[in-house]
Design a protein around this ligand. Structure first.
Ligand code: SF4
Length: 517
């Protein structure tokens, strides 16, 4: 019996599920050339959901035939030709704007329907894809942006990421999951893969097996943000790198076959893990994988928040990486191209994207590091950014996102710039802004999270407003930030934050942070 039959028999399926049974999401790639010829008006509204499988969202206002397009960048590693291709796509089709997302992907806006096949061709030539960058499928595999060069990694995770990416990518067995599905693979001891907010996470661990110390992973499942956030729970298993795929397949199969398909709101893996309990979930995983050793020694020893600013030696002697600040993750094509050129001239051409919406240039020899840093681009994109601007993040917001209630990127950038001018703090504070409860900007793990909403003013008009949340971290397994009472109008949000941060400054010890790096 097919698994489609199992779902249909056991659950009252939601509208999207019924559509997905009639037509697999990935078939949208066959339809796009026809729609492009017939024009945007030829696309029935009930087909918009399938565009997600091609990494596309119909951009607001929805009648203009323009799309937001997302490209996967597994563990954030881009080759020279991939980085240049992305910069040129931004220039040729995306009005010169690239956004770095919190899952290390690259996002474009204003992309016209009739140009999509050209863009897909360009991406394919450099082994990049938009496929399943959105939709009810495995999303971009996130991880350590320093994989392979990191003095703080247990081992190089690039081969594991590659194996997981190739296994799930466009795999028809896993292209119809209940909803989005997020995998993290990381061996950096400062939790660069942000394990706890992923559906499935592999974290660095060691274990003595048959008298030999083995390097591998512990496993966490069922994390996720949005309106009801959950921190991932640990399975009591240890896996060596070549067993990762077996565990990933098992967890994803369980999610596919038992995940909820009745309500979209409850369709994430986190609800299944919470309802079953971790022991039952683990039993089911082991049924599929066969026996695995119990969890090893957890090698995580803190959290870096996904920030890598400055110039630092790599594990390869004589080579360095630099972490560059890209305010709220938005960068113009010519700047991205210039950074790619510098990476080619001074490094090996690679660029790396970071979950904090920033960039890294790796593989810079000692002898040319100082010369590289004299380039003017670093005045605009510094390696030692101001504390608020450098540590601010923002989701897409109401410029392009259909779900957004407020602006995010422009407002966050303005607020951070003002705080940098007017509040002299000795430590950075991570402020993340989101335009709705979906939390694409990861506000729950921010020192200060800002979430947009609408408020009815005295004249009965709806105005932008925000709620504040404080104290989020992934240290020690994680703690989500907590809501402060009150709703703050957009017109005074920066005043309120300024007062709040001056209070923090006056009350705190020297060097005391919201969280430890
Ligand atoms: Fe859109 Fe909300 Fe996600 Fe922001 S958090 S990008 S507003 S869905």
């Amino acid at each position: 019996m097919s698994y489609e039959k199992v779902w249909a028999d056991n659950q009252k399926l939601n509208k999207n599920e019924i559509s997905k049974l009639k037509k697999d999401g990935l078939t949208i790639f066959d339809d796009i050339p026809h729609y492009a010829k017939a024009g945007f008006e030829s696309i029935p509204k009930d087909q918009y959901m399938y565009f997600k499988y091609a990494g596309l969202t119909v951009q607001k206002p929805q009648d203009k035939g323009l799309f937001m397009l997302r490209v996967k960048v597994p563990t954030g590693i881009l080759s020279d030709e991939q980085a240049v291709t992305l910069a040129k796509i931004g220039h040729d089709y995306g009005r010169d704007v690239l956004d770095i997302t919190t899952r290390q992907s690259i996002q474009f806006h204003w992309v016209p329907l009739e140009k999509l096949t050209e863009i897909f061709d360009r991406l394919k030539k450099v082994d990049l894809t938009t496929s399943e960058a959105e939709g009810d499928a495995p999303r971009n595999v996130v991880g350590n942006p320093l994989a392979g060069i990191d003095p703080n990694e247990l081992f190089d995770t690039r081969p594991v990421v590659e194996e997981i990416y190739r296994f799930f990518q466009d795999n028809p067995d896993f292209s119809n999951l209940p909803r989005k599905y997020k995998i993290s693979v990381n061996a950096n001891i400062f939790n660069a893969g942000q394990a706890e907010i992923n559906d499935l996470a592999f974290t660095p661990a060691t274990k003595v097996i048959d008298g030999q110390k083995r390097l591998g992973f512990n496993v966490k499942v069922g994390g996720g943000l949005a309106a009801k956030p959950y921190l991932a729970d640990a399975l009591n298993v240890f896996v060596v790198p070549d067993q990762v795929i077996k565990v990933a397949e098992a967890v994803t199969t369980i999610y596919r076959d038992f995940g909820y398909r009745k309500s979209r709101a409850r369709a994430r893996l986190k609800y299944l893990v919470a309802d079953w309990g971790i022991s039952k979930f683990e039993e089911k995983v082991l049924e599929l994988t066969g026996p695995l050793p119990a969890a090893g020694h957890d090698e995580i020893s803190g959290w870096n928040g996904g920030f890598f600013f400055g110039a630092h030696p790599q594990k390869q002697k004589g080579l360095n990486y630099i972490g560059i600040s890209v305010p709220v993750g938005r960068i113009h094509s010519d700047d991205f191209l210039r950074i790619a050129e510098l990476a080619r001239t001074y490094g090996n051409g690679e660029l790396r994207t970071v979950s904090s919406q920033n960039l890294i240039i790796p593989n810079i020899p000692d002898q040319v590091l100082d010369e590289l840093l004299t380039d003017n681009i670093f005045k605009k994109f510094p390696i030692h950014p101001a504390h608020f601007t450098g540590y601010a993040m923002a989701c897409t917001g109401d410029e392009f996102c259909n779900k957004a209630l407020t602006n995010t990127k422009d407002r966050m950038e303005e607020i951070a710039a003002r705080l940098d001018r007017e509040v002299d703090l000795d430590v950075p504070v991570r402020i993340y802004m989101v335009g709705c409860t979906n939390s694409c900007g990861q506000r729950q793990i921010a020192d200060i999270g800002i979430q947009g909403l609408k408020l009815r003013a005295e004249n009965n008009q709806l105005v932008d407003a925000y709620e504040l949340f404080v104290g989020g971290t992934l240290i020690g397994g994680g703690h989500f930030n907590e809501r402060l009472k009150g709703r703050i109008r957009a017109s005074v949000i920066s005043d309120v934050l300024k007062e709040f941060l001056i209070y923090f400054k006056n009350e705190k010890e020297k060097g005391e942070t919201f969280f430890e790096f």
